[in-house]
Every structure is written in C-alpha cells, then in structure tokens.
Design a protein. Structure first.
Lengths: 289, 640
C-alpha cells in the first residue's frame, strides 16, 4: 500500500488563506455570493486533491541501468513508467538523491521510458535507493507524491582517473612484461619456451609438455600486441590506483591489448575483448585488499 | 489550439470578465482607458509593439493608485476597485511572465469578490461561474507549461479536455459545499454590502409625478409564487395614503404594532404567496388583498411595522432582495367594524373642497348610501370624456385634481383615484387611496407572477358602516401587453430561482434541508431490524469459522478456473503426453503431432488463435471462446 504525502506550495498557502478569509467574511456578512465563491474555492481544493491522487494511482516504475556505471560519473539509466489505470497521467516528476527526471504525459494503459541521469559516488554494489514520484498536477497548489524503494543493486566501477601511459608505466602502475613477447601463431615457429601466465592453451606444445612434465608453449616469429598485466603500487592510495587502472583498462582494451590484472589476492590472466573488460572492471569494482 | 494561446485567451477573458462585473462602478473614461491598454497589450503579444519597461510601469502604477484615491467616488466599492484595476492593467503593458499571469488572476479574483458585495444579479452569477471555469483552465495550462514539462500535441489535447471537464465538475461540486457550509442566523456585518442606489417605488409621501416615473419604469418590482394563476385581477396592496395636499399624498396614521416577526389574523387566508421583493427606496411590503398572515425571515433582523389600515412596512428602506410569505383572503372589501380616525379620511384641502363638493353633489344627488354614491362617482370617472394617459399638460396655478376633473380629463391611475377619493370626502364619505400594483405576468414555468414597476397602480377604498373598507378602482382598465417570448419567460424563471436558491438561501432553509435529509435517511421504514438472537461468540466457533474460511480458500485456489491454454495442457496430458512447465505452444504442437498428426494439427490451430489473443492484442470474444472450446472437445474426443 503506497503512502501518499502532500506538500503545499506557496500559491497553495495563499489560496488556503484566501479561502479562510472569504469563508469568514461570508459567515459574518451572510452574503451568499461570498459563500458561493468560498464554495467554488473549496471545491477546487477538494477536487484538486482527488485529481492529484488519481493522477498518481496505477503507476509502476522499472529502472534499467546502463552496461557500465562508473563512480562519480553521470550514468544514463532508463526509467520505464507504466500507467495501468484507464486515465492518463500528467506532469510526473521522479526525484532521487542524485537528480531528477520528468514525464509530461503518459497515456492510459501505456508504458513510456524516461532517461534518468544517476551519479554514484562509490564503487562496488550500490543500491539505486528511493525514487520519489510526485506531481503538482493540476494547478500547482499542492504536490502529491509517493516513494518507491528500489532494492535493485548496480555494480559501480571505480571512477576512471586519467593518466599518461608513461606515467603509469614508470610511477604508479607497473606494467610488467611477464612473458612479454607472445608470438603470433600465424608466423613461422621460432622456438619452444616455458609457459607464462597469459599464454593461451592453444599455443601449448603438448608432446613437449608431456615429455618435460610442465607446460611448454610454441613461440612464433611474427609478434602480436603485447599482453599486459596491470598491477598497482601498494604505497599509493588504493582508490586512486583503482581509478587509474579503470582508465587504462578502458583505454587499452579498445586498442586490442590482451589485458590482465595482478593485484594482491587477485590475479586475472590477460585476454582481449569486451568480456575481459567487464571481468576486469567487475574485479576492480568489488576489490577488497 | 496550443497551450500558449489558451493561456493568453484565459488571461485576457478572465480579466475582462472581472472588469465587466464592476462596469457600473467605473466611469466610461476609465473603461476607455482599460480598453486602450488591453489593445496595446494585444499588440505586444503579436509583436506589433514593444513592452514598456518595468521601472516606468511601477512608477505609473503608483501614480495611478494615488490619483484614483484622490478622486471622489460615488460608491465605496470604487475606492477598492480602481487601485486593483490599475495594478492589473499595468501587468498587461509589460512583458507577461508566468508570475504576472498568477498576479492578474489574483487581482481579477479580488475584483470579483468586491463585485460580490454589490451585484446580486443572475448575470453576476453567470460571470462568476464562467470566470471560475476559464481561470481554472488557464491555471491548469500554465502549470503544465512551467519547468521542464513539454507536452506533445496529443498531450495538450488531453490536458485541455481534462481541464474543461474538471472545471465543470468543480462548479457542480461547489453546489454541495454551498448547501452545507455553515450559515449563521445572526451576521456580524449584515449591513456590509455596497449596493447601488435603489430603484424608485412607493414611499410614505408620493406625488403624481413620482407615480408616473414608476409607471414608466420597466424594472421588476417583485415576483410572487402562487400555486395557480388567479381567476380574478390581483391587487397587490402596498401603502395606504390618507392626506392629500397639492398633488401629493401622505401617510399620516401611525403604525399599530412596531416590533413583530409575524403578523397573523385569526382567520388564515386561502391563498399562499411567496414574495421576492426587489430592492427599492421605499419600505412597504406588498400583499394580495386582503392579507391575513405575513411572515418574514429573521435573517436580516427585519421587523415588520403593521399599520392600522392593514399595510405593512419595514423599519428601513428595502436595500436588498427579501423573501416573505403571505396568506390572503381575496375578498373585495376589508372587514372592519368601526372607523377610529374618521376625520383623517374626510380631509380635503380647503381651496378645492368647494368645487369638488359641488361636482360630487351634482352627481350623487340625495343618495345617502356610501357605496351607492361611490358607484355613481366611479361610473362618472369611467365615462367620457375621462381618459387614461401618461401625457398630461401641466397648469401650475391649478391643483392637479381640479385640472384633471374640470380641464384636461386626462391622467393616470393616481389622478383617477385621487379625484374619486376627494370627491367622496367632499360629501363626507370616508375614503382613502391605496398604492400598490395590479395584475402581473403569469409565468407558468415557475408558477409565479412577475410584477414590474409598470404594473404600479393606485386605487381607492370607501368606508361603509357595518361592512368595512370596500375597494373601488376608478381607473379605466388598461390592457397591458407582456412579452410572450418563451426565452424571456425562461430567463426570468431562472432569475427567480437564482434569487430563491442562491441569494436568499439562509440558515432557516439550510436547517430545513438538513432536517429533511436526516428525516429521510433515518426514516423508520429504511432501517434494517436484525433478528434478535442469543449469539455468544465462543473459541470453538471462531476456530471453526476460520477453518471453514481457510478450507474454502484452498478449495478455491485448487479449483481456480483454468485459462484455455492450461486446459489444453491438461487435455494433452490426459492423452499421455509429457508436458513440461515451460513448454511453448509450438513445442506442444510438435509433441502432439508426433503422437497423432491430426491432434498436432488441432493443437496448432488452437495455439494460433491463443497467440492472437495472448500476444496479438485481439479480444477474447465469444466467437474465439467457442472456437477454442470446440478444438479442445475435438482433441479430447480423439481416441487414445
């Protein structure tokens, strides 16, 4: 059961005061036309309350987050509003701690989507929180609204902090070249070598592996982009480091680098593609040292 | 029409309506000024002129208000209205922002409240309702235009239709508030109403010229509700004049009783009348001859003065519409045993008595009976050369009655009645003049007589010992023509109802309505008398009832009517098919066709129809239901 709350706006306060004054004048003078004006004002007040209530009845909200949400950055959510009743709704306002969205009109028995900008200030699993649906319809004297508690959680990635590649390489982020050159399999076979993290199982030379009892991989003559494993400098602020890692992941994954992650208590082998990006960012979002 | 246009239209029309409601209190020059300002404002709206700077407008408004307060005003209400109009009109000359629109609505509202204290006509009621509807539509549209809201064409259309219906429903529901808002039998400021100057009418001193003015007016004097039209010509008695001097009649007797709410004789008259008397500069109440009972409501602290001559008046001039009830007995004479102040009714000015006496004696001769003598003089005045006319040449040196009797022989009712009375008095027969109205237009819609000022009339009463005062009307009957146009009668009927239900609605009527409502709602026949039982709730009983409810609930849950798709699944399961919970319709069809191709075909047909309804938005009408049922029957009848 929804609990509707009513706020009185400044014009509403003026209107109520005028009604009271006129009502008093009508009773004291016995002037029926003043009674009539007071009645019209009371009817307006009463029906305004009823209409604003009906306007908000039968509304349901469904919120869809975007694919990537970064802390401290605006994320465009889509707010799907369904009007289940047989009457249309007007002038709806959706307010939440980080902003608001507006919907002028939703026809009866229809669903409309409203863009809603959200900002989350912390990484990790965050609740969308309370969304207040309100309306000053019809005349703006009163604002009636109800609160929808959205229990859905959104995974917020760390806030990307821009950094130059050289700076990252030299100062904060140690891009270690562990098994740096991974040969391109399309080229000629150059040599066999031991397995390093980031090598794919496709490159494993199975007869040699069987012979030596450890993974031996094939190395080809043509080089492909280097696989990078990102890590952090423990002396620096963790959140800042995670932000820089996020920035680098977003930047390097587009350049088709196989990316991996090596953090205390966490290792993700390098790989390419969107799924790898998601995996890395999810790891960073929920990372606890 | 876009919202902007609607907002503009509502703004201008609501302000114009407010101005129209107080047009009687504004000088024509001001009306011209307002019109010019509004035309300039429209030019600004259409880009033909530029808005005036706000500083200039502020200075202009201050100067205008000071000037308006310096001028003397004939009505108190003008003192409030002029500053409001200036404040309103200033808003139109600048750049109109949403805030200005709100302010204009507020100013218009104040003007209308001012008008409500001095204009009680139906016309004002219509203005008030139209203003309410227009301003509500305007406010709804204004509210929709503010902030980040942007309505599309269909949304705007819907909003406009909503605002129209909503404003109409506000007007309708206001009637409920109007009925039940608490009324007080005593008002602190009941005199606080700025009424315009009242119309002319019968006062305690009336000259021949004043009667002529009344006769020439087309205003409504009063409306009288009666059950059915009278078979006789109704005489609405108002005031009785005793003393005559140089063309003017005076009331010289004193009221018999001063402070009563209800006058009543022992005998209750057979004809009930409800009067709605329009305001006028006199204080007399009118009744159908001859009244037996008169009741007036105590709303305005009215106290009736009852006169010896059976006429009634209030202590103050009638400045607002009043309602009172009268019971009358329509006899042609007023029964009275003895005449107390005989000399008053025999007074004739000395300068005219001789000539009048000579004429009267020549007409009456030696007849001793008052009534017979009166009949002869009445006959004389009805015969030629006497003629009814409102256009009589004036001879200053002569008394108007002598002029009428001996020179012009033309005059209106008061000439005839005065001449009749004075002729009788000159031969020592007591007589008096009665002022009031005669006839009226019957309105069959509302069952009432509409009596206008033009129906004003004076007639005479002659004293007859042992009988009382007998009415004589010496004026030749003048057939008046009334408008028979249906709309005019209908509008007048609405006007009467407006006065009856809105303007005259008060504590007494409200109390009666509430009393009737409670009586009907609490009528003994409507009560449901439950049979008396010795029912005592016990723990066992409560547990049994709860158990039964739960049982019914589970039975209901178990045997909830299945939809057609679920029935299909049940039917197929009965044929031995293994139906999973998440199998689609097409999968069901495939399974069924593996078992029996005909069954598969039927299931396919079923699913096609079902999908149309479930996902295609088609209605599950009777035809489709029958179709699905038939397929289900066919599937059921396939031999296993």
């Amino acid at each position: 059961m929804r609990r509707f709350r009513v706020k009185i706006s400044l014009p509403g306060i003026v209107f109520i005061l005028l009604t009271l004054i006129l009502g008093g004048a009508a009773v004291n003078t016995g002037n029926n036309l003043l009674y009539l004006i007071t009645s019209l004002m009371l009817a307006l007040m009463g029906l305004s309350g009823m209409v604003s209530l009906v306007n908000l009845l039968g509304l349901s909200l469904d919120i869809s987050p975007p694919q990537e949400v970064y802390a401290g950055q605006r994320a465009l959510f889509s707010l799907s509003v369904k009007n289940k009743k047989i009457l249309p709704s007007f002038l709806l306002q959706f307010s939440y701690p980080s902003g608001g969205a507006y919907l002028s009109y939703i026809p009866a028995k229809e669903r409309l989507t409203v863009p809603a900008w959200f900002i989350f200030h912390r990484r990790g699993w965050q609740k969308v929180g309370e969304i207040r649906v309100s309306s000053e319809f019809p005349v703006g004297f009163f604002e009636r609204g109800f609160v929808v508690r959205e229990e859905r959680q959104v995974l917020v990635y760390p806030r990307p902090i821009p950094c130059t590649d050289s700076f990252a390489l030299e100062e904060d982020i140690d891009l270690r070249k562990a098994g740096y050159t991974i040969p391109e399999k399309e080229g000629d076979l150059r040599q066999l070598r031991k397995f390093y993290p980031g090598d794919t199982l496709r490159d494993v030379h199975w007869p040699a592996t069987a012979r030596y009892g450890k993974f031996i991989v094939k190395e080809y003559s043509v080089e492909r982009p280097k696989a990078l494993i990102l890590t952090i400098d423990k002396r620096q602020d963790l959140e800042k480091n995670l932000g820089r890692l996020t920035y680098l992941i977003c930047k390097l994954i587009v350049q088709n680098y196989p990316l991996g992650l090596n953090l205390p208590k966490l290792f993700i082998p390098p790989a390419q593609g969107v799924l790898q990006k998601k995996k890395l960012l999810e790891a960073l979002a929920t990372y606890e040292p | 029409m876009s919202l902007d246009k609607v907002i503009r239209f509502c703004l201008y029309s609501s302000f114009l309506l407010a101005i129209y409601s107080v047009r009687l209190f504004i000088s024509p020059i001001w009306l011209l000024f307002i019109s010019l300002c509004l035309i300039y404002s429209l030019m600004i709206q259409y880009g033909l002129a530029s808005p005036l700077p706000s500083l200039f407008l502020n200075i202009l408004s201050i100067l205008g208000i000071i000037l308006s307060l310096l001028f003397s005003h004939s009505e108190i209400i003008s003192l409030f209205i002029y500053p409001l109009i200036i404040l309103g009109i200033i808003k139109f000359l600048g750049d109109i922002k949403p805030r200005d629109i709100w302010q204009v609505y507020l100013i218009s509202f104040f003007i209308l409240c001012g008008a409500a204290t001095c204009n009680f006509d139906l016309e004002f009621g219509v203005i008030l309702i139209v203003f309410t509807m227009i301003s509500i539509i305007g406010l709804v549209c204004l509210n929709a235009k503010r902030g980040p809201y942007r309505l599309g064409p269909s949304g705007e259309r819907r909003l406009l239709s909503f605002s129209l219906i909503w404003s109409a429903s506000i007007v309708i529901s206001a009637s409920i508030f109007f009925l039940f808002l608490p009324r007080s039998p005593f008002s602190l400021f009941s005199g606080l109403s700025f009424t315009p100057s009242a119309k002319t009418g019968f006062t305690e001193k009336i000259s021949l010229e004043e009667v002529k003015d009344i006769l020439e007016s087309t205003d409504v004097a009063f409306r009288v509700l009666v059950k059915k039209p009278f078979a006789f010509r109704p005489y609405w008695r108002g005031i009785v004049y005793e003393t005559y001097s140089k063309g003017t009649w005076y009331v010289s007797s004193l009221p018999k009783e001063r402070r009563i709410d209800t006058f009543s004789l022992r005998k209750l008259g057979g004809i009930k009348q409800v009067f709605y008397l329009e305001p006028y500069d006199g204080s007399s109440l009118f009744t159908l001859e001859y009244p037996c009972r008169l009741t007036i409501r105590a709303k305005c602290h009215h106290v009736i003065k009852v006169w010896e001559n059976l006429s009634f008046s209030l202590t103050n001039p009638i400045s607002r519409r009043i309602r009172y009830e009268v019971y009358s007995d329509p006899t042609p004479y007023l029964p009275q045993k003895s005449l107390a102040n005989r000399d008053i009714y025999l007074k004739v000015p000395r300068d005219i008595k001789k000539r009048l006496s000579e004429l009267a004696k020549s007409l009456v001769g030696s007849i001793d009976n008052n009534l017979e003598a009166a009949k002869i003089i009445n006959q004389y005045l009805h015969s030629k050369p006497f003629q009814y006319s409102l256009h009589v040449p004036k001879i200053d040196r002569l008394d108007p009655i002598l002029q009428f009797l001996f020179h012009t022989h033309r005059g209106w009712c008061e000439h005839f009645a005065s001449a009749f009375v004075l002729l009788l008095r000159s031969i020592d027969i007591p007589a008096r003049v009665v002022g009031g109205y005669v006839g009226g237009q019957w309105n069959a819609l509302g069952h009432y007589y509409l009596v206008r000022q033009s129906d004003a009339h004076t007639w005479a009463e002659v004293w007859q010992d042992g009988k009382g005062w007998v009415r004589f009307d010496p004026t030749p009957i003048l057939h008046k023509s009334y408008s028979h146009f249906f709309m005019s009668r209908f509008l007048d009927y609405i006007r009467l109802r407006w006065y009856a239900y809105i303007i005259n609605y008060d504590f007494t009527i409200q109390r009666n309505i509430i009393h009737k409502l409670t009586r009907y709602t609490l009528h003994p026949k409507w009560r449901v008398n439950l049979p008396k039982t010795k029912f005592r709730p016990s723990l066992k009983g409560i547990i049994t009832v709860i158990g039964l409810c739960l049982l019914l609930f589970f039975i209901y849950r178990h045997y909830t009517p299945l939809n057609y798709y679920q029935r299909l699944k049940h039917t197929l399961a009965a044929h031995g098919l293994e139906i999973g919970p998440h199998q689609t319709g097409m999968e069901l069809a495939r399974l069924a066709s593996e078992k029996d191709p005909r069954m598969g075909q039927l299931v396919m047909e079923f699913i096609k129809t079902w999908y149309e309804v479930r996902y295609g938005g088609a209605a599950m009408d009777r035809e489709r239901k029958e179709h699905l049922k038939r397929i289900l029957r066919q599937i059921k009848n396939i031999k296993r």
